[in-house]
Design a protein. Structure first.
Length: 131
């Protein structure tokens, strides 16, 4: 039988993907989001915020793609925010449709992808993670 373990719902969740363990931070409340944002904005790392909802079919379609990107782009911070739990954060970034991906660098928005557009998101991650 396999080992049994519990993964905390908040902070970072590691998900197995072909031997790699991508890290996607799920912020469950405003305090978690603020703490993570403040810690990351001082770095030069690209932050990709995935604004999602449990009821959103295109969001579910993008979930394995985001896991793949997190495994591939180790120098990028991937954040998952449920718009129903953190509506104020979604409003702050002008999220009107899901999924919406906001790309931040040094705490500032550098780009945005609205919809389940894998290729567009990948190109923008590649572009902004290089500098």
């Amino acid at each position: 039988m396999g080992a049994s373990f519990t993964v905390p719902r908040s902070r970072s969740s590691s998900l197995s993907l072909k031997g790699k363990a991508p890290s996607i931070v799920e912020c469950l409340n405003k305090a978690e989001w603020t703490a993570h944002y403040e810690a990351t904005k001082e770095t030069n790392k690209l932050m990709v915020i995935d604004f999602t909802a449990a009821w959103c079919a295109p969001c579910r379609h993008m979930e394995p793609i985001i896991k793949e990107f997190a495994a591939r782009f180790k120098d990028v911070e991937f954040i998952k925010i449920d718009v129903d739990k953190l509506a104020d954060v979604a409003k702050e970034y002008g999220v009107e449709a899901m999924p919406t991906f906001i790309l931040l660098k040094n705490g500032k928005v550098v780009d945005k992808v609205v919809g389940a557009r894998r290729e567009d998101l990948q190109k923008k991650i590649e572009k902004y993670s290089k500098y």
